[in-house]
Design a protein. Structure first.
Ligand SMILES: Nc1ncnc2c1ncn2[C@@H]1O[C@H](COP(=O)(O)OP(=O)(O)OP(=O)(O)O)[C@@H](O)[C@H]1O
Ligand SMILES: [Mg+2]
Length: 349
């Protein structure tokens, strides 16, 4: 997967801006606030059909303008996303795409950013959102099951709040939930199993240690026990007036050498575990889609010492396209050939 170019209109601080990328390594430099992360964000918006910085799409539209447009060209196709206050429209090669699932993940990018560390302390729903976004990009069954499940869950919660509830409808909803719940649990489980096969190895290469990393998936049920669990939770659901069972309660946590990371690891170790997690994710995407995702490193290298920078750059898949942002080229330790992209404030006026 290669991004050839990106064109931004009224996206964040850009009025009209176009960039061409090198197929291998790109380094975007510029002062704080100049719009480096905004470029990576635009690529992620095309990849995930949502931002990693805001849940409100309107934030992406340049202030005092009405609409925003991102056009991303790969070697073969053009992807366009147009946003206004009423919503977004998606196009591939100028054909309108109505179903998000037919657009999401076609361009697949994975971003590494300092804020990733929040994963360890944020809410379970944020942690679920992170894997939901990634799995939605690579599995039609996942995105369909998740969409179906969320809709059924909302219906079920509404129903549970009613005093004279329609028991037949409730049982219909419960039955319809079984299949999507099983798919969600199964795909999440397979995902964590695959990640666990690689993450320790990657962490060891990155950190030059022998530590073992493991992600523990706290699932709501075994796949073959879903019907039983739905049945068992009925009284509790009625008591609390919401669905007490389901993958909307799933969570996961990380272990390093069998200790829970939050209470044991140093800040630097946590950072490395996350980078290892992201690289294991890149491997997983590659395995499933047979394409290497675009790797976006936002301000990641400047936090590492020169040896760690080199180890990280050595881990990049050889066939990957990488885009790195940093304020200054001088504190980077890069030996490979790269394209330097400098963003100056006056370009955005
Ligand atoms: N909707 C918007 N309209 C206009 N400008 C915006 C909008 N959203 C964000 N900005 C501007 O974009 C800039 C931030 O850009 P970005 O986060 O990409 O900077 P950066 O180059 O990555 O900086 P740093 O080096 O600090 O990470 C800010 O100046 C902010 O005011
Ligand atoms: Mg930034």
């Amino acid at each position: 997967m290669l991004v050839k170019s990106i064109k931004l209109n009224n996206f964040r601080n850009y009025t009209n801006y176009q960039l061409e990328f090198d197929p291998h390594l790109n380094i975007i430099i510029g002062k704080n606030g100049v719009g480096k992360t905004n470029i990576l964000e635009a690529i992620i918006v095309i990849s995930n059909v949502k931002s990693f910085r805001t849940l409100n799409d309107v934030d992406l539209i340049k202030k005092q303008t009405e609409y925003s447009r991102i056009v991303l060209n790969t070697q073969s196709d053009e992807y366009k996303l147009v946003l206004n206050k009423n919503g977004k429209s998606l196009f591939i090669n100028n054909n309108s795409i109505k179903k998000t699932s037919e657009f999401i993940g076609k361009v697949n990018a994975v971003i590494f950013k300092p804020g990733d560390l929040e994963l360890f302390v944020t809410s379970p729903s944020d942690r679920r959102r992170i894997i939901d976004v990634e799995l939605s990009k690579i599995s039609d069954i996942y995105i369909d099951s998740l969409t179906k499940y969320k809709k059924l869950l909302a219906d079920k919660n509404n129903l549970l709040k009613q005093t004279n509830k329609d028991e037949i409808l409730l049982s219909l909803i419960n039955n319809s939930m079984v299949e999507p719940i099983k798919n969600i649990i199964r795909i999440r489980q397979e995902f964590f199993e695959e990640i666990n096969k690689n993450i320790s190895n990657i962490y060891q290469l990155l950190s030059n240690t022998n530590s073992k990393i493991e992600i523990i998936y706290k699932k709501c049920s075994e796949v073959d026990k879903v019907e039983e669990e739905i049945e068992r939770s009925k009284d509790k659901d009625n008591y609390y007036q919401y669905a007490t069972f389901g993958p909307h309660h799933d969570d996961y946590y990380f272990k390093i050498d069998n200790f829970e990371i939050n209470t044991y690891a140093s800040q630097g170790q946590k950072r490395m575990v996350l980078i290892a997690f992201k690289f294991a994710l890149v491997e997983y995407i590659k395995q499933i889609t047979k394409k290497t995702p675009i790797i976006l490193l936002d301000d990641i290298l400047s936090e590492l010492d020169k040896n760690n920078q080199l180890r990280l750059l050595n881990i990049l898949p050889k066939d990957s396209q990488t885009i790195i942002t940093n304020t200054d080229i001088n504190n980077l330790n890069i030996v490979d050939k790269y394209k330097l992209i400098e963003i100056k404030e006056e370009q955005n006026a």
